[in-house]
Unconditional design. Structure first.
Lengths: 336, 433
């Protein structure tokens, strides 16, 4: 059952990055829209995200619940060491969801719309950045179970070049996913063309910031570079991800919406998979002690059994319902 | 403010804030389903307008509930890692079921809010029903987790660690029935009467508006049933607490001295120094009877327990009195509603009735907050009753006052904005209606 639970944990992290990431990325994309395209972008994002954003963000809850249920030592250590970025992440999540909904449901559409949009866009950026920062901090090797002072315990793990570079990378990654996914949501040719260009730009940004992550890890001695090149699985996956890029550009150019979405989703899988293949089963690298892994932090078998079954049964309820939701709101645009 | 007090304040703030939106999320789908059904059956457009007006408000409250709930799932660990490292594997399961139920809720509210013309009308109606049902289910699961804190089960506590974990026994602990039923009913009562009160206020300003009339009838019909059931549920809960957490009952009642044939004190101000409760109205033998079914039963007083384990008696007692008072007022209002509905029809929706209903708008939610104060503060100093103290659960991270301040500011702003948005929605509704 441990493997079932691990599987669901990895799947929910992936789905959160894909679906929630598209959502956050949409806000970041709004931020970068200029002039006339700003209004079009906002409308597209509002319409596209409105019915599904709540469901998309559930994958975060599922991830957190699996962590505190099945891997309590990890949940606890991260809650302590990464307290500050987690609070800032939370504030961003609260502001983002409410700003987005208020923008849509304010009965009077006046200047308050600008305030909502600004909060939505900036908090999307903040959440994504801190999310990446936290991921980077987990594997930076700077988290300590026995901090000597406040800075060492609660600041250094996340306020370093490596973690920051991962934060920036995630912003480009989510913008990329959002750009690709938003293309298909619009029926206007001009908007589609605009987003195809955005998708290409964000791809380039992604590759550059990915490179920066490697450089940063070299500087901070987070040994990502060394580990990466000694893991054949990682190298393979990242090479595939890179080779798939030109394929994606071609399908985008040809207007193959669903094919492009699948490729972008696969790309995310290759990137996350390639990245995590290096570290599996470690989740938290501890500076001065044993790393916290999915195996050494696991809850007792009885807990894993109950959780495993809950997840299996739950997925028979959730996945068909989610498919139904997407069918109603997303599949129709193809036929129109 | 010490870090410990700040952490407790943050938790109280986060839970107190979230519960309002959770109650609304659990109840409104059912009110909308009723209104929507009347539209489908009677083809009276007023019901369609009402359903749509309600759904616009619900969307806003649902979003605030969702994000504040997300905050709580993180705050469990951020504030109480000492608790979560033990509790996670034991009581995590109801949280995972709550997650599934809430996921279904999030999916179907998306369909209900945005799928008006995209799906078959009856499918649309069923989505609304599913939102309500999954809301209730997720509420029950999460309250099971809280019940476990009051009635720990499904593990042995050996040398400061939990062993022999049984998640099923933990989830279906001795307090799960009384707590989940009382909370579910409370959610229905608080929301229904608040909705009725709001529409009563609006109807007073605009007597012709048919939407408000129908809204009040639906909300009060629904809410009054539960308002009358709630004292019965409360009695069941109190008997349960008398059995399992006698010190909590003693605090609720301001009952300092153990005695047989104990009297019930209504109101009054407990004083922990003098160990007396003054200014209350004492009804002889009633506490023994209510708590144990026998006028001469012994009811343990606070003096039977070590001082160090006393919860803050003043807070628990006052909160309990407020909760019960609000509950009885709403039950009475509910009974009057039915009398007016079938006997004195001219009094129904009269100016006086509308004014009273309007004044009672916040009472249900005040009762909900007071009730949570009773059960949470009444469990102190324990996080897990008689097993793990709250002070041993708190995070080592200093500067807790910043977390508290930040969320106090944010939640205050959100409350103000939500209120303002409701005002704007009502303005537009009045224009159209």
């Amino acid at each position: 059952m441990l493997y079932v639970v691990i599987f669901f944990l990895l799947v929910s992290v992936y789905l959160y990055c894909l679906l929630g990431g598209a959502d956050f990325g949409a806000g970041i994309v709004e931020l970068t829209a200029r002039g006339a395209s700003k209004e079009r972008t906002k409308n597209l994002v509002s319409e596209s995200m409105a019915p599904i954003w709540e469901a998309n963000h559930m994958w975060l809850i599922i991830t957190v619940v699996i962590l505190f249920n099945a891997f309590p030592a990890i949940y606890t250590q991260v809650s302590i060491s990464l307290y500050i970025p987690l609070i800032l992440l939370l504030i961003g999540i609260v502001l983002r969801g409410t700003a987005f909904t208020f923008r849509h449901y304010d009965a009077i559409k006046d200047d308050s719309q600008k305030v909502y949009s600004r909060i939505f866009a900036y908090s999307s950026l903040i959440v994504t950045f801190f999310f990446g920062l936290i991921i980077g901090a987990l594997i930076s090797g700077k988290i300590t179970a026995k901090p000597g002072n406040f800075i060492e315990g609660y600041i250094t793990p996340w306020l370093n070049i490596f973690s920051i570079s991962v934060g920036i990378f995630l912003c480009t990654l989510f913008s990329f996913i959002a750009s690709v996914y938003l293309i298909g949501d619009s029926t206007e040719e001009s908007i589609r063309k605009e987003f195809i260009i955005k998708a290409k730009h964000t791809t380039i940004a992604m590759v550059i910031s990915g490179g920066i992550v490697f450089i940063a890890s070299f500087i901070e001695k987070a040994d990502l570079v060394v580990q990466f090149f000694s893991h054949p699985v990682s190298i393979t996956l990242i090479i595939i991800a890179t080779l798939v890029l030109p394929v994606l550009w071609i399908t985008l150019g040809k207007g193959l919406i669903w094919f492009s979405r699948v490729i972008a989703g696969a790309q995310l899988l290759f990137i996350l998979g390639g990245f995590y293949a290096i570290y599996f089963p470690t989740i938290v690298k501890i500076k001065d002690g044993a790393n916290l892994t999915l195996f050494n932090s696991a809850a007792p078998d009885v807990t894993l059994n109950y959780l495993g079954w809950a997840l299996i049964i739950g997925s028979f309820i959730i996945f068909p319902s989610l498919f139904y939701l997407l069918k109603i709101f997303k599949f129709k645009t193809e036929e129109e | 403010m010490t870090d410990f007090l700040a952490a407790r304040s943050t938790m109280a703030l986060s839970l107190g804030f979230h519960i309002i939106f959770a109650c609304i999320g659990m109840t409104m789908p059912f009110l909308m389903v009723i209104s929507h059904w009347f539209w489908l059956k009677r083809k009276d457009e007023v019901y369609l307008k009402l359903t749509k007006a309600w759904s616009k408000g619900v969307a806003i409250f649902f979003a605030i509930g969702a994000v504040s709930g997300t905050a709580l799932s993180f705050e469990l660990g951020l504030l109480w890692p000492g608790f979560m490292k033990h509790a996670g594997p034991i009581i995590g399961m109801p949280f995972s079921w709550e997650g599934t139920a809430f996921f279904v809720e999030a999916i179907f509210i998306g369909i209900f809010l945005y799928g008006w013309n995209k799906v078959n009308p009856y499918v649309h109606w069923i989505s609304g029903l599913l939102v309500g049902i999954s809301g209730i289910i997720s509420g029950i699961f999460v309250v099971c987790a809280n019940a476990w804190m009051n009635a720990p089960a499904g593990f042995d506590w050996v040398n400061g660690e939990a062993v022999n974990i049984d998640p099923f026994a933990a989830m279906f602990n001795p307090a799960w029935v009384s707590q989940t039923s009382h909370m579910t009913i409370a959610a229905f009562v608080a929301t229904s009467f608040a909705v009725a009160g709001l529409h009563a206020f609006l109807l007073l300003k605009n007597r012709e508006n048919k939407i408000h009339r129908k809204a009040i009838i639906i909300a009060l019909s629904f809410g009054s049933i539960f308002a009358v059931l709630q004292p019965l549920s409360g009695d069941y809960s109190a008997k349960d607490v008398a059995k399992r957490q006698p010190i909590k009952l003693a605090s609720m009642e301001g009952h300092f001295k153990t005695e047989k044939g104990a009297g019930l004190t209504i109101g009054g101000i407990p004083n922990e120094q003098t160990e007396t409760t003054k200014f209350g109205i004492k009804i002889p033998y009633l506490l023994s009877f209510l708590a144990y079914g026998n006028f001469n039963s012994e009811v343990k007083g606070l003096d039977d327990f070590p001082r160090g384990n006393w919860p803050p008696v003043l807070i628990v007692h006052l909160a309990f009195q407020i909760m019960v008072a609000c509950g009885f007022i709403l039950a009475a209002l509910g009974i009057f509603f039915w009398i007016f509905r079938f006997k004195w029809k001219d009094k129904l929706l009269s100016k006086r009735f509308l004014m009273i209903t309007a004044i009672c708008t916040p009472l249900g939610f005040i009762a909900v907050e007071a009730g949570w104060i009773v059960t949470e503060v009444g469990r102190q100093p324990w996080a897990i009753y008689n097993i793990l103290k709250t002070v041993d659960s708190v995070t080592p991270v200093p500067g807790q006052v910043f977390h508290f301040s930040a969320f106090l500011v944010i939640y205050t702003i959100l409350s103000i904005v939500a209120y303002w948005l409701m005002g704007r929605q009502i303005k537009v509704l009045d224009r159209e209606g």
